[in-house]
Design a protein around this ligand. Structure first.
Ligand SMILES: Cc1cc2nc3c(=O)[nH]c(=O)nc-3n(C[C@H](O)[C@H](O)[C@H](O)COP(=O)(O)OP(=O)(O)OC[C@H]3O[C@@H](n4cnc5c(N)ncnc54)[C@H](O)[C@@H]3O)c2cc1C
Length: 396
């Protein structure tokens, strides 16, 4: 049988990685979804540890990091294939397949690599990102957090919100503006150990999804860190954030594809089995059309992410990447939300129950239109690039 073209064009190694990730999700992670939903996102410690260890053993952990640092150095297409499979499980169970910041090895000092990056790649410690503030969300440039040089140290101050995984992290990437000196007002990024004096958990608000990782409000009260903790130079902070945005936007799009596939499979199976008025509900055009629209949403999104990943592997210009990552995230996250909404409708009352995968995805996928840049911001990025370069340069 000739497989669909996007799969057909894949190398054997890519298909093997995809299959390894698929089996991990289906056999190890999905069976724990309900337990997690019923226990505030938590699963038994030994099971979570087992998932973590297996993700490493299967070569899925730190797939974006170079082999010489302990990562598995996958191509972007392979990373997309893995993320797509990971997207098929709810309750953040897939977060055991962790991707540390891929920009770090190129800019970190050997001290930073040894202290934070290598242990993160090995899965021994975890990082979090403290960038957003109450007054600075979409407009990252307006952050009020400060970094003031004091001899061989910096003094860091500010309050951050939505700091994902603060409860699991050993250290934060903290973004601030330089106060004083020739780089006054420039953005800078710092490693900050969570147990450094002055790092203070303010609160852990509850969010829509049922995840074990919190999104904390964290205060940095005159935290003193050595100059060694500065990542790159004063003024580099935004460049790292942009690079992370590009990567994570593509991975969000990939995870949305995995979620759509799971939703379509589950909703189709239900629609074929559920009989009302003497016939399976899928025989009603209203239901069949919802499934058809959903499959179209998935196919279009998947073609975008595979094409983009192949482009990145082939050396696509960074500016074009930036626009295409926004396009992929925008389209796939909005498509996934449409698909989840239709799936809830197809399941009827069952689709509103937390034990139903459609209900969980319906809640969980909502944030993909918000984090790593809202849909409105993605549209603005694309419109800006379109005005500068024209359609042909952006999409060929
Ligand atoms: C669950 C979760 C986890 C997160 N994790 C992290 C994390 O780990 N670290 C971190 O630093 N941040 C994190 N964030 C923050 C996230 O990146 C921001 O929420 C996001 O960038 C949007 O910022 P905001 O919430 O302040 O919204 P705002 O910027 O206040 O936007 C509010 C609304 O106005 C719209 N808007 C704003 N500007 C424009 C414009 N120019 N044109 C049109 N519309 C506009 C937005 O699209 C949105 O609809 C997380 C957020 C969530 C919800």
């Amino acid at each position: 049988m000739l497989l669909a073209v996007s799969t057909h064009r894949m190398a054997d190694e890519d298909l093997q990685i995809q299959e390894r990730a698929r089996r991990f999700v289906v056999e190890e992670l999905i069976p724990w979804e309900l337990h997690a939903e019923e226990h505030e996102g938590e699963i038994p410690g030994e099971i979570a540890q087992g998932h973590h260890d297996l993700a490493i053993e299967l070569g899925l952990f730190a797939m974006n990091m170079p082999v010489d640092l302990g990562g598995t150095g996958m191509t972007m297409l392979q990373q997309v294939l893995v993320s797509e499979q990971i997207g098929g499980v709810t309750n953040a169970l897939g977060w055991c397949v962790h991707t540390p910041p891929a920009w770090a090895p190129a800019v970190c000092t050997s001290h930073q690599i040894d202290t934070w990056i290598k242990p993160t790649v090995a899965g021994d410690i975890h990082e979090c990102y403290a960038i957003t503030e109450a007054g600075a969300g979409s407009d990252v440039d307006s952050i009020a957090a400060t970094a003031r040089r004091d001899g061989d140290d910096y003094i860091l101050s500010g309050e951050k919100m939505h700091v994902t995984s603060f409860n699991k992290a050993a250290y934060c990437f903290f973004q601030a503006k330089i106060v004083g000196g020739s780089n006054e007002g420039a953005h800078a990024m710092f490693f900050v150990d969570k147990d450094a004096p002055g790092v203070r958990l303010v609160r852990e608000p509850r969010y829509t999804h049922t995840f074990p990782d919190t999104h904390a409000v964290v205060a940095f009260d005159d935290v003193r860190v050595p100059v060694d903790n500065l990542v790159g130079d004063e003024g580099d902070g935004m460049a790292f954030t942009y690079e992370w945005f590009r990567y994570e936007r593509l991975m969000i799009a990939a995870r949305c594809c995995g979620a759509m596939e799971r939703l379509i499979d589950e909703a189709t199976a239900f629609a074929k089995g559920r009989v009302q008025f003497g016939r399976p509900i899928i025989e009603n055009q209203a239901i069949g059309h919802m499934l058809a629209d959903s499959l179209n949403d998935l196919w279009a999104s998947r073609l975008m992410i595979y094409e983009l990943a192949r482009g990145i592997d082939a050396g696509l210009d960074v500016k074009i990447q930036h626009a295409q990552c926004s396009m992929a995230k925008l389209f796939a996250s909005e498509a996934a939300n449409r698909v989840a909404d239709r799936a809830v409708q197809i399941f009827g009352g069952r689709g509103y129950m937390r034990e139903n995968v459609a209900e969980r995805f319906w809640r969980e996928l909502r944030v993909d239109r918000i984090w790593e840049g809202t849909s409105e911001i993605q549209r603005s990025i694309v419109a800006d690039q379109l005005a500068k370069r024209g359609a042909h340069e952006l999409i060929g």
